[in-house]
Design a protein around this ligand. Structure first.
Ligand SMILES: C[S@@+](CC[C@H](N)C(=O)[O-])C[C@H]1O[C@@H](n2cnc3c(N)ncnc32)[C@H](O)[C@@H]1O
Length: 264
């Protein structure tokens, strides 16, 4: 992840604030506001080690109970004042009960709901959080393994939107000492943190783009959604199209198109 000192940064969905704290300490952005989905009490109970005190002592604005999909939870946020908004390893929160899971799963698949969370984050960040005259950049860091890679992050989220996908860079956890990537609901952290940071902007071309890797598997000889190929023969392509993985991805893509049609 590339961070510039001149940036005013908002972090969204920090688990225990260790990412925001490491970002502040090791990259010194011009301004940082950090937000957590849970209340302070829930976060403290969930993660016995957290960076609340350290950030509070430094006078960093901290907002709890901050749901990126719910405007009413952002009341004290200074709107349209940021250059970059960052959401690290987003994932739908756990379900409180089997009934809640059933109710949510009746609306759409978990795959679609995770994509919808990311897309809503991007829409709200561009409309409400980012300074229209600032850098206009949104970062999402995610892993390139199932189920995250099945969200088709590089291609799906910006469809039928006013923002553009710019590219990605490797997320190297060594650049963020003491950052613990948290599980959604447990006092554990994830050791395998190989990830990529994906970047969007309302600007179709952005100077920052030169520092990013382009979207991969875009070639006609590839299957973009599955991130497979290039296929050298028709047989290769046919075998891929018949595979369980491809048929599952086709299903996810069809569900996503239905969601986009419904939420236009
Ligand atoms: C896998 S955890 C990662 C936590 C943290 N970002 C990290 O890197 O350690 C996913 C996070 O997404 C947050 N999240 C899920 N839905 C959210 C929403 N609607 N608004 C804000 N955060 C959300 C959860 O609270 C959880 O902290």
């Amino acid at each position: 992840m590339i961070i510039k000192k001149a940036w005013r940064i908002l972090t969204v969905g920090d688990g225990d604030l260790s990412f925001s704290h490491s970002l502040l300490t090791n990259h010194q952005p011009r301004h940082l506001t950090a937000t957590v989905f849970d209340t302070l009490e829930t976060m403290s109970n969930k993660y016995s080690e957290n960076a609340y005190q350290a950030l509070h002592k430094k006078g960093i604005p901290l907002l709890f109970n901050f749901d990126v999909t719910n405007k009413e939870s952002w009341s004290t946020l200074a709107k349209q004042t940021f250059d970059v908004v960052i959401f690290q390893f987003p994932l739908l929160p756990g379900f409180a009960s089997f009934e809640e899971f059933n109710k949510t799963a009746a609306q759409a698949s978990i795959n679609t709901l995770n994509r919808a969370l990311l897309r809503t984050f991007l829409f709200n960040a561009f409309e409400h959080f980012l300074d229209p005259l600032g850098e206009q950049l949104c970062f999402i860091t995610s892993k390139d393994v199932k189920p995250y890679r099945e969200w088709n992050i590089e291609n799906a989220l910006h469809q039928q939107s006013h923002f553009n996908y710019l590219g990605s860079s490797l997320f190297n956890i060594d650049d963020f000492p003491d950052y613990k990537v948290r599980n959604v609901d447990r006092d554990k952290h994830v050791r395998d943190t190989q990830g990529r940071t994906y970047v969007w902007s309302t600007q179709a071309t952005h100077p920052f783009q030169t520092l990013l890797d382009k979207a991969v598997y875009q070639d006609k000889q590839c299957c973009t959604a599955c991130r497979a190929g290039p296929f050298t023969t028709d047989l290769d392509r046919a075998e891929h199209n018949a595979s369980k993985k491809h048929r599952q991805m086709q299903e996810f893509e069809a569900q996503w198109q239905a969601y986009l049609t419904e939420h236009q």
